[in-house]
Ligand binder design. Structure first.
Ligand SMILES: Cc1cc2nc3c(=O)[nH]c(=O)nc-3n(C[C@H](O)[C@H](O)[C@H](O)COP(=O)(O)OP(=O)(O)OC[C@H]3O[C@@H](n4cnc5c(N)ncnc54)[C@H](O)[C@@H]3O)c2cc1C
Length: 418
């Protein structure tokens, strides 16, 4: 199919990738409407993409080696021991080949690779979307439309919702879909890796290609290095799953809790995290977490969300707007890029809009459901119903991991086309 006008709501990972896919597929006009006025890169921290998924995405033309990343080769699972040894008791060394990214570096790379023909409009918040009506008869659905906060309204042949967790486009595609709060939170932080030299044993205690998972009753912290925004620099990045603090905010009595973005935490709340780290983690890893400046820490309540459909009329969902997966699966960015691959394939295979949308939905529906299920199993097994870390040994860890993956597997995202 060639021609047509596509509006993409949201210009983050999924938005940049889908815009590029539409331009490559031959859309006549592609416009990205992004709420944020700029400097998105300052808000992100780390994420990982498994090597198998990375290779597929490179083959599909959605990633390349020019976007700076850091190699990871193994995941070391540890827990605090009675002797208080610095790195804790080794539970299991799990082979795991991944690339770690700074969210901002990945985003910049994808943004730079968006063709010049794509019009990118930062500072444009979409407030309403229409066009979800079913195609009916030969003359088809009317075009889709978007309204923006400035009061403008524009029509397009297709509107793609790449607008994340609280998607406006999803509300039009499947108003019944609701995100579910998992009942626990992730604190996240990052800092200049040179600060590790100040710890007892220094940076040498932690080889650069190891991702660490330090487990405790009630949660875990996952730590790894990522490239910094400045070429040549390295950051330490961590995600600390923990019970929700009593002061977690809700917008109203019935709503899910809201997070605290980078820069919004005060020192008293930060102090609770520092105290938790000291109490539950092996001393070296508590020291790593507590090197983080308060202004580099954010708090994110964990949610997930399944959608009964990802397309309706002339609307289509991609990335977190389509399916929101808990971070334990390490699949958010890979899945968003895979959605763009599937969109491009469906575009190339379709003769018209009526062929494009169902083709995409068939392809991405099963993967979305499988990943949400997996992320819930991992969340239970690793956070809310974790084993007794003091009692488990390496064979026990291997069996525990296999049980979590179940028949579908999918850690890091399912293979494309599954
Ligand atoms: C600034 C930022 C930093 C992030 N940092 C990390 C990280 O460090 N680690 C990690 O694992 N994940 C991070 N994420 C989430 C990660 O990008 C997603 O989980 C995943 O990659 C899927 O991306 P997405 O593009 O579907 O959704 P998102 O990345 O959530 O992007 C949605 C985009 O839509 C825009 N938007 C939302 N509503 C509207 C609207 N009404 N009108 C116009 N635009 C709208 C948002 O501003 C945002 O840019 C971050 C997301 C953002 C936006």
């Amino acid at each position: 199919m060639r021609g047509g006008s596509v509006a993409v709501v949201g210009g983050s990972i999924a938005g940049c990738a889908v815009a590029r896919a539409a331009a490559r597929g031959g859309a006549e006009r592609v416009t990205v409407l992004e709420r944020s006025p700029g400097h998105l890169e300052d808000r992100g921290v780390g994420l990982c993409i498994l090597l198998d998924r990375y290779d597929e995405l490179v083959r599909a033309g959605h990633l390349d080696d020019g976007i700076r990343h850091h190699p990871v080769t193994a995941r070391h699972w540890v827990a605090r021991d009675a002797e208080g040894s610095a790195r804790g008791r080794a539970l299991w060394v799990q082979p795991m080949a991944m690339h770690s990214y700074h969210w901002g570096v990945l985003w910049q790379g994808l943004r730079e690779r968006t063709p010049d023909s794509v019009e990118f409009r930062p500072g444009t918040a979409v407030t309403a979307v229409g066009g979800a009506e079913d195609v009916d008869g030969a003359d088809g659905a009317g075009p889709a439309w978007v309204e923006t906060a400035t009061g403008g309204r524009e029509e397009h042949d297709l509107v793609v919702g790449a607008d994340g967790h609280r998607s406006v486009v999803r509300a039009a595609v499947c108003p019944e879909a609701r995100s579910e709060y998992a009942g626990y939170v992730a604190w996240r932080g990052s800092f200049d890796a040179r600060l590790l030299d100040g710890l007892p044993g220094g940076a040498a205690r932690w080889p650069e290609q190891e991702v660490i998972t330090a487990c405790y009753p009630g949660g875990q912290v996952v730590l790894y290095r990522i490239p910094g925004l400045d070429p040549g620099s390295t950051l330490v990045n961590w995600v600390f799953y923990a019970p929700a603090p009593a002061w977690l905010r809700r917008a109203d009595e019935d709503s899910d809790p809201l997070g605290f973005p980078v820069g919004a935490l005060d020192t008293a709340r930060h102090g609770e995290l520092a105290e938790l780290a000291e109490r539950v983690l092996p001393p070296y890893w508590a020291g790593v977490v507590n090197l983080t400046p308060v202004e580099r820490i954010l708090l994110q309540p964990i949610h997930d969300l399944e959608t009964p459909r990802r397309t309706a009329g002339r609307l289509l969902l991609a990335g977190d707007a389509a399916t929101l997966v808990r971070p334990h699966t390490t699949s958010g960015a890979a899945k968003a890029l895979q959605d763009a691959c599937a969109f491009e394939d469906a575009w190339r295979a379709a003769d018209d809009w009526a062929g494009l949308l169902p083709g995409y939905d068939r392809e991405r529906g099963a993967a979305g459901h499988a990943l949400v299920d997996l992320s819930r199993r991992l969340g239970r097994a690793q956070v809310t119903a974790a084993p007794d870390w003091a009692a488990i040994d390496e064979p026990g860890m291997v069996a525990w991991w296999r049980q979590q993956l179940g028949a579908t597997g999918g850690f890091g995202g399912l293979a494309l086309g599954r």
